[in-house]
Design a protein around this ligand. Structure first.
Ligand code: PFF
Length: 452
């Protein structure tokens, strides 16, 4: 059997993990959630969750991956026996569901990029903006964009770890950062309404936390897991390609900081545009960013070029996340069924494409898939894997965390206790709230939709 591929460089691993973390979660979800849920107050809670929960949880996946050098299903089987391999099975199911709609949404951004390139942004009234979003988000063009995106993702995974993922992320991640910094600087210097926009984005409204904590806390916790690509075995997979033993905690700190920096930076890019165009920053929902930004790019000077750069950057960010999910799925087929990489990548890519087709037909499937993956399966997966390392294999976990490190001090035991209790509590509450919310959605909206 050919030996398992590894990352060529430490930078390659870090950039791949950052590429996975930075995606639609940072751009499509984060700024609007923060804007609607108390601005700086939401940021504050979110940053707390990233540090206290996201950082230890990403290490949980890293230690499993590096210790076993296997795909998530094989890794959990090796460490925990047959029973635990089913948790890996949950990861695989989540990966298929999540990537199927993620790719459709990435396709919407791709279409806005193409529109800017060939026609420019012309819609300004709510009716025109809504019609443009409707045309992009369903029907043949949505299907074609979904197909194009999945072909690109599959192509990179066929090429493998070093010549596919690693080369791609070495170009994409610096590109994303560079473009965002440029757009943020443009906003700061060229948009007079910028200070108003920052005040809105950063104004702490702590009454929002007090009033809405039941929804705000799980939303912030869910966002922390989603943005760091946790709960799905993606970080297990990426860490399984680590050749030499390096300080995992250091790598995790760099990855988490960069992802957080970019999430916060996106707010500095998006809100000045929205304020200058006089669009509505309080809107949340899957169409919000398209409606308000397309309006901004139609109104402000140089908007067409800014729009092309912005939407193109989002497509790249989505691509660097999507490849991590398809790699997880492919690695499962390669390791467990001994499939060749091209066959595994193509089969998984095709299955994801087919599963995403309903989302291009009716947006109710976006809610159906996103609710299932994000509020239920991701949280369940994260909870089980954290319980596994914290309570079933704590010695292996600690041993792996300290491998390749000269002196980790008390970080090891702090990590283990964070993993054993506080993270579990937050995840159990989030899972309860997420699952009940999803059942309500099924009983009301989805059943209503089925009954016409
Ligand atoms: N972290 C990605 C984002 O913020 O867009 C989404 C994601 C990728 C979630 C991979 C989960 C995952 F396994």
């Amino acid at each position: 059997m050919p030996s398992r591929e590894t990352w060529a460089t430490r930078m390659g691993f870090i950039l791949a993990a950052v590429g996975s973390a930075v995606g639609l979660g940072n751009i499509w979800r984060f700024p609007f959630q923060a804007g609607a849920e108390g601005g700086a107050a939401f940021l504050f809670v979110y940053l707390g969750f990233i540090a206290l929960i996201g950082f230890p949880a990403i290490l949980v996946e890293f230690v499993i991956g590096r210790r076993t050098k296997r795909n998530p299903v094989g890794a959990l089987k090796e460490l925990g026996g047959d029973r635990w391999k089913y948790v890996g099975g949950i990861f695989v199911v989540t990966g298929f569901v999540l990537l199927s709609y993620y790719s459709v949404v990435a396709g919407w951004f791709f279409q806005y990029f193409i529109t800017g390139l060939f026609e420019g942004y012309t819609a300004t009234t709510p009716e025109e903006l809504g019609a443009a979003f409707g045309a992009a988000s369903s029907g043949t063009s949505a299907l074609l964009a979904h197909a194009a995106f999945m072909i690109a993702v599959t192509g990179i995974i066929v090429a493998g770890i070093r010549s596919g993922i690693e080369i791609a992320v070495k170009v994409m991640v610096p590109g994303i950062l560079f473009i965002l910094l440029g757009l943020a600087a443009y906003g700061a210097f060229a948009i007079p309404e910028a200070s108003q926009a920052y005040a809105y984005y950063l104004q702490p409204d702590f009454s929002v936390i007090a009033e809405n904590w039941q929804t705000l806390l799980p939303a912030a916790a869910g966002q922390a897991f989603f943005t760091l690509s946790l709960g799905m075995g993606v970080m297990i997979t990426y860490a399984s390609y680590l050749g030499e033993d390096r300080n995992l905690a250091e790598d995790a700190a760099v990855i988490v900081s960069l992802d957080t920096f970019i999430a916060v930076l996106v707010g500095f890019v998006v809100f000045p545009f929205i304020f200058q165009a006089g669009a509505d920053p309080t809107e949340v929902g899957p169409d919000a960013i398209f409606v308000s930004l397309a309006q901004a790019f139609a109104t402000i000077p140089g908007g067409r070029l800014l729009g092309v750069v912005f939407f193109g950057m989002v497509v790249i960010a989505a691509l660097s996340s999507a490849i991590s999910i398809l790699e997880m799925l492919a690695s499962y087929l390669i390791d467990e069924f001994k499939w060749e990489r091209p066959k595994a990548a193509a089969a998984a890519g095709l299955a994801v494409f087919v599963l995403g087709i309903p989302v291009t037909i009716d947006l109710v499937f976006l809610d159906l898939f996103d609710g299932l993956a994000d509020s239920v399966l991701l949280v369940l997966g994260a909870l089980l894997v954290v319980l596994f390392v914290g309570w079933v294999i704590p010695e292996d976990g600690l041993d792996e965390l300290t491998t390749g490190v000269e002196n980790i001090g008390s970080l090891g035991s702090i990590w283990l206790w964070a993993v054993r209790i506080p993270i579990v509590i937050v995840l159990v509450i989030s899972l309860y709230l997420g699952a009940t919310g999803y059942l309500e959605f099924l009983a009301d909206d989805f059943l209503g939709w089925l009954n016409g």
